[in-house]
Structure formats: C-alpha cells, structure tokens
Design a protein around this ligand. Structure first.
Ligand code: TMP
Length: 214
C-alpha cells in the first residue's frame, strides 16, 4: 500500500507501564468488538509475527549478554516493521479494527523516557518504518508506579529484562507517557487504571466506537 493511501480500518493501540491491565483490556475490547460483529485483528509489540516473537524473546528474556540501548531500539523497530507489513497494514486494508498491545508510544516512553535515547532518533525510525501510519486512537492506562509494580509482581512470573529495572526507570517511562498524552490529546485517551476492570472496559468500548465512526 502506498503511504499516502489512508487504510480503511481503524488502528487502536494500548499503552501503559507494567501492571496497569492493558493486555486484559485489549483482550476484553477485542472480544466485545467480535461479539458485535466487527472484524478484529489482535496483535502486540514487540511480537505479533513469528520473527517479531523471536525478537521479543531476545528483548525480554536474554539476560546473559547485555543489550546496547541502540540495539534494543533497532530490534524494537525491526519487530515493528515485520508486524506492520505482515499483520497491521493487511488487516487495515481489509477494513479490520486492529487492536495492538503497545506500539511506538512505548518506544518514546521506554527508550527515550526510560533509557534516555534522543526523541529525534526515534522520530527518524518512526518516519522510515511507519511512513506516516499512526494509530487512530491510543488508550493510555495510567496508574502510579508503586501500584502498577505491585500488580505486576503479584502475577508471580519471573521478572523480564524490563521488569527488573529500578523504580526510577518506570517513573521516567510514566512521565514520558503523560507528556505524550498532554501533547496529543485528540489521539491519546488517558484512562485511570485504578478504576475497576468492568468500568474501564465500558469507557474504552464507548471511546473506540466513537473512533470507528470517524
Ligand atoms: P509487555 O507489553 O508484555 O508488558 O512487554 C513488553 C515490554 O517491552 C515492556 O516492558 C515494554 C517493552 N517495550 C519497549 O521497551 N519499547 C517498545 O517500543 C515496546 C513496544 C515495548
């Protein structure tokens, strides 16, 4: 597809720090849309394709060898390029609603906010890999870091390479997410993740329905 052709579908992304319930909400949304007869495509980043999932393994679990910040950034965009070509763009062209668990806002939040990589470097990769494709709507689930970390740790899984970061890292990630929401209020919907699951789902479903009508 040429980059100047607007795809027919609707591109929805979920964002937030670990433990805010974004994957649960992405699943609930996809299920509700499917029940309503809407064609849906669910994917995630890093991941969503066999190559992307292999890259995810390297990013999340390989702790024996350190990963350079630029290597991390490039791996994330490699997985993204594959997900866009193989999953996201074809689904949008078919008129599907694409529900993606994390996308480029996460790169600004984690790699710029968390790691300190200049935002301009990310913007260059974004332009190259996405060619102007951006989410129609982003749901940013937000909660204080202490609360979300408790929830993430309560899952009982061994911490991955990101989850092992210090609390200050997550404060910077959250700060960058909130800065993005402030900068782009029309695209990024800030959702209070401390409300109960059903209430959040209802709010998100209504917001997505509005976005689909545009
Ligand atoms: P999760 O989505 O299952 O929480 O795990 C994905 C991890 O990858 C999470 O810790 C955030 C990290 N990540 C980045 O650092 N940058 C990105 O651009 C994306 C998509 C994810």
């Amino acid at each position: 597809m040429r980059s100047d052709q607007k795809p027919k579908g609707c591109f929805i992304t979920f964002e937030g720090i670990e433990g805010v319930g974004k994957s649960t909400q992405a699943g609930l949304l996809a299920e509700a849309l499917k029940q309503g007869g809407v064609p849906v495509c669910v994917t995630r980043e890093p991941g969503g394709t066999p190559a992307g999932e292999a890259i995810r393994e390297i990013l999340l679990h390989r702790n024996a060898t350190p990963i350079d910040d630029n290597t991390e950034l490039l791996l994330i965009f490699s997985a993204r390029a594959q997900n866009l070509t193989q999953v996201v763009r074809p689904a949008l062209a078919e008129g599907r609603v694409v529900v993606c668990d994390r996308f480029t806002d996460a790169t600004y939040a984690y790699q710029a906010g968390g790691r300190g990589i200049p935002r301009e470097r990310i913007a260059q990769l974004e332009l190259w890999v996405q060619e102007g494709l951006r989410p129609d709507l982003t749901l940013l689930l937000d909660a204080p870091v202490t609360i979300s970390r408790e929830r993430a740790q309560g899952r009982g899984n061994a911490a991955d390479r990101f989850e092992r970061e210090h609390i200050d890292f997550f404060e910077r990630v959250r700060g960058e997410y909130l800065r993005l929401a402030n900068q782009e209020p029309a695209r990024i919907e800030l959702v209070d993740a401390s409300a109960d699951m059903a209430t959040i789902h209802k709010l998100i479903y209504a917001r997505v329905r509005r976005a689909m009508q545009r």
